[in-house]
Design a binder for this molecule. Structure first.
Ligand code: ZN
Length: 299
């Protein structure tokens, strides 16, 4: 194990808020993003360019991006689930497009009316469109470990999918545990298998803490060589398929875990804890992250 740093992609403004029932005003989203920047985050998922009738939480995607301060060294990521979404995203100032592949047919059908293999073609198209527009693009393999409709995901197919999308040479490929069912044992094994087929393309990990395995999964991914991890301040968000579930792995707890091992993240822990408290106030409830409640150690 080396002490090489980890890049945390802060996803609370998108994955966090998208899975909250309350719809926050654009100004509050901007305040969250600006606080994240002040904490030291260099890559932030700021919006999803989806149909606002399906995801009203993201209806102000263009307005959010329009109001962001640019040229501050921060990479803003906008999600696009299809070519229409990519066209919208590419008309804004986001630096990077996030495309999504569904590893299971059930999830791909329910979300986009297509098969898993078709979703890979769409994601590859989005990468090409983004590159043609001079922007970077990455691909996330969702439901890589389990699907709410199909059950456990076929890992051989995930590896095959990864090889297919590596063909468009995205900035990185992520494995996402969309519904929070993965355990650290399979995380290490799947990341190692995928790594073997995607050449030099970096891997990113995306976990939900639905069953309290999120942080252990992040550790397992690190052990498999992953150095880019998604997390959400406060552990914001939920899971549309698991009522009352907690959201993404809490950024605060991930930063704590890594920092105690001397692994650099570039995040100011005091500012991050303050932001966690601020976010709890905004959401009107205690959020799942535990570091803001327990405090730093050593103090
Ligand atoms: Zn997610």
């Amino acid at each position: 194990m080396t002490n090489c740093g980890v890049e945390i992609v802060e996803v609370s403004p998108r994955d966090g808020l998208q899975n909250e029932s309350e719809i926050l005003p654009t100004s509050t989203k901007l305040a969250l993003i600006n606080r994240a920047i002040d904490c030291g985050f260099k890559r932030i998922e700021v919006a999803s360019f989806v149909n606002p009738r399906r995801v009203p939480q993201m209806a102000d995607a263009e307005a959010v991006v329009e109001a962001l301060s640019m040229d501050n060294g921060v990479t803003y990521i906008g999600l696009a689930l299809n070519e229409r979404g990519a066209e919208r995203a590419l008309q804004t100032n986001v630096h990077e497009i996030g495309a999504v592949v569904c590893a299971s047919d059930g999830f791909a059908m329910a979300n986009q009316g297509q098969t898993s293999a078709q979703s890979a073609d769409v994601a590859n198209n989005i990468v090409q469109m983004s590159k043609a527009a001079g922007k970077s693009a990455q691909i996330t393999i969702s439901t890589a470990f389990g699907c709410p409709f199909d059950g456990p995901t076929n890992q051989e197919w995930v590896v095959e999918l990864a090889a297919i999308i590596a063909g468009s040479n995205p900035r990185e490929i992520a494995l996402a545990d969309t519904i929070g069912v993965a355990t650290p044992f399979e995380v290490t094994s799947l990341f190692e298998k995928v790594k073997a087929v995607i050449g030099n393309i970096p891997l990113r990990a995306h976990f939900h803490n639905t069953r309290n395995t999120g942080l252990a999964n992040a550790y397992a991914a690190y052990q498999a060589g992953v150095r880019i991890i998604d997390a959400s301040l406060g552990g914001l968000g939920g899971c549309p398929f698991a009522p009352n579930a907690t959201g993404n792995i809490p950024t605060e707890d991930l930063v704590y875990m890594l920092s105690r091992a001397g692994i650099e993240t570039g995040i100011d822990m005091d500012k991050m804890i303050a932001t966690g408290w601020w976010l709890s106030d905004i959401m009107g409830r205690q959020l799942p992250a535990m570091l803001p409640r327990a405090g730093k150690f050593p103090a």
